[in-house]
Design a protein around this ligand. Structure first.
Ligand code: BEZ
Length: 187
């Protein structure tokens, strides 16, 4: 799969036909909301879990020294809680550019906090994208993140901001919090 996913994502869904669009954020889209939205709600995506298994060439690392950022991995018995935003189709020019480093938009069902299920969209970096780094222990992920920097800032800040946002939402995520614990030890 090509690394820059902008053109692929444009063809994936016809968003103009949709009455409502709910975008699910599970990483930087929780704490860096640089797009307009109509409403938001905590939401869960069943059968998926977040992992720092994707390489970042353009935000928290560089092509020569990629950082480690989140993607979602299928995991039948788990769920991922994040933030869902009701948005207009206009925001996707910006978001497809922001998330162009291997992420594709997927159609999913989201469980909103009021228990209503909504059709949603989520950016996931699949295993076959060229920036994919894959599984590693939380300790080795933390060591990698500790040394990575890119145009959007340090990879460490990505984790610390996310951990803080999840704590504020009352979300427990052992993978994220263990990496955060290692990073705070190195500081
Ligand atoms: C998110 O926060 O939903 C997200 C994380 C990584 C890439 C794209 C989106």
């Amino acid at each position: 799969m090509s690394l820059d996913t902008i053109e692929i994502n444009k063809q994936r869904q016809n968003l103009f036909d949709r009455e409502e669009i709910w975008l699910f954020g599970y990483g930087s889209l929780i704490y860096k909301v640089d797009f307009p939205f109509l409403e938001k709600s905590p939401a869960s995506l069943y059968g998926w879990t977040r992992r720092f298994w994707q390489g970042s060439h353009d935000h928290r690392g560089t092509p020569d020294n990629p950082g480690r950022v989140l993607t979602l991995i299928e995991s039948m018995d788990e769920h991922c809680t994040g933030m869902a935003y009701r948005v207009s189709h206009d925001v996707f020019d910006h978001l497809d550019h922001r998330e162009k480093n291997g992420y594709l938009r997927y159609d999913v069902d989201l469980q909103l906090a009021n228990n209503i299920t909504k059709a949603g969209l989520v950016y996931i970096a699949p295993e076959n994208n060229l920036a994919y780094l894959g599984e590693a222990s939380e300790e080795s992920i933390a060591q990698h993140i500790h040394q990575s920097h890119g145009p959007s800032g340090s990879n460490r800040d990505y984790v610390l901001h996310l951990a803080e946002a999840l704590r504020t939402m009352g979300v427990d995520d052992p993978h994220v919090f263990e990496i955060e614990r290692y990073l705070l030890e190195y500081a």
